[in-house]
Design a protein around this ligand. Structure first.
Ligand code: T4K
Length: 387
């Protein structure tokens, strides 16, 4: 029996026992059919084809391309390497505009290639890049823009593409959060020069570790395939100083299996999102970030903003939840620009990022996914209400 939370004295921070015996995580992996996965593992072991563009990777690429309605899907070992390979294949250099309010890998992928990530502010309502802020950050050294579809909510593509066209910049997307989401009826994966997906274990669709670059550009896809495999064109000829970005067969086996369950995973997330919306709506000072329900959406992130009018701080709420064994997250605090490494490199970045700083200070990401225990959302909402 889970404890009932009627008031402050029932909270673990005030000495009561925690609401959950086991930790409730954000990002607990969803798993498709274990039997189907193990059948695929037996196949790859029987065939002794473990990696290097194997049959399960090829099948996964075809299925993902068909699912997204995109011409090419080039599977990779993770989303970060996929970003790096995409950035290099597109020839970006100098400065590239990115939001600071994103997972730090978006910035790292540029920094590792000695490209300056120009941290740019977001729209505080959408949490995505603000096109007007983007305009202000363009310099003669700018070669590209990386938009991030944060939380799976599409970035303002029309405005970003118009700016990119006007200034001769390359626009690509970090679509790590946006597998299975659409924008005006078109699946994410079809925008910009290419889009980069993450299939990390914590994502709504995953391959243990993994990622992909998806694109409708034939020449770019061919280059990406070369680059992820050391630049090998044939057995003996290397035409490009590539890297090892390949996805393994066992990761593809997990992907093929999870893809079969993806609709069920999204449905569980959608149900949870609605439950959270209903349970939190009576609590003043909280705002659940909405999804456009007319679009395809993976509902993978339950994002709550804590207003200044709420009686305690965002961090105090996170601590109170943690005491209950609810491991809510402060994604993506303090913004990439605020991480030690970038703070030291770009100490003036704060000045251009007021919305990023404000949003990063008020967001809490709550647990969802297929492993969320029955009644957990009611308990989590009761913790907020008691606070
Ligand atoms: N761009 C964006 C916008 C991204 O969000 C990401 C990744 C990338 C690029 C890069 O893609 P990848 O190279 O990762 O493919 C997690 C993920 O590691 C990361 O993939 C993800 N974004 C980010 C948003 O979340 P952490 O530092 O929060 O991971 P961690 O270890 O704290 O795990 C999150 C929670 O999940 C924990 O409470 C524990 C739980 N968990 C995790 C794993 C791995 C499990 O229960 N089981 C597991 O196997 O970054």
């Amino acid at each position: 029996m889970r404890k009932r939370i009627r008031g402050k004295s029932d909270l673990a921070i005030h000495g009561a026992p925690p609401a959950f015996r086991e930790p409730i995580h954000v990002g607990r992996p969803n798993l498709g059919s274990r039997d189907a996965f193990l059948r695929r593992v037996h196949t790859l072991l029987d065939e002794r084809w473990l990696t290097n563009d194997g049959p399960q990777v090829r099948e996964l690429e075809q299925r993902l391309a068909a699912y997204l309605g995109v011409k090419h899907c080039v599977a990779m070992c993770n989303g970060t390497i996929a970003l790096e390979i995409a950035i290099r294949a597109l020839g970006l250099k100098g400065e590239v505009i990115v939001p600071s309010y994103t997972f730090v890998a978006t910035a790292h992928a540029l920094h590792w290639q000695e490209i300056t990530p120009v941290f740019t502010d977001i729209d505080p309502h959408t949490h995505n890049l603000d096109p007007e802020a983007v305009r202000k950050r363009i310099t003669p050294r700018t070669t590209g823009i990386i938009g991030v579809h944060l939380w799976g909510r599409p970035a303002p593509h029309d405005a970003l593409q118009a700016i990119a066209d006007e200034h001769g910049l390359t626009l690509l997307y970090d679509a790590a959060h946006a597998f299975g989401c659409s924008r005006r009826g078109t699946m994410i994966g079809n925008f910009g020069a290419c889009e980069v997906l993450s299939f990390h274990a914590t994502k709504s669709f995953h391959t243990f570790e993994g990622g992909a670059v998806v694109t409708n550009d034939d020449a770019l896809a061919a280059k990406l395939r070369l680059m992820r495999n050391f630049g090998f064109e044939t057995y003996d000829t290397v035409v490009f100083p590539g890297i090892n970005g390949k996805m393994t067969e066992i990761c593809a086996a997990m992907g093929l299996t999870n893809l079969e369950s993806f609709d069920d995973i999204v449905e569980a997330n959608r149900r949870h999102y609605h439950e959270y919306r209903d349970a939190l709506q009576g609590i003043a000072g909280l705002r659940l970030l909405p999804y456009d329900e007319n679009e395809r959406c993976n509902y993978h992130y339950v994002v709550v903003e804590v207003d200044e009018s709420f009686p305690v701080s965002r961090d105090a709420i996170v601590e109170a939840l943690k005491a209950e064994n609810i491991l809510a997250r402060r994604y993506f605090w303090p913004g990439a620009h605020g991480m030690k490494v970038y703070r030291e490199l770009y100490p003036q970045a704060d000045a251009a990022l007021p919305n990023t700083i404000a949003v990063a200070a008020r967001v809490i990401v709550l647990p969802t996914g297929t492993t969320l225990p029955e009644g957990a959302i009611e308990t989590i909402a009761a913790v907020f209400a008691a606070i």
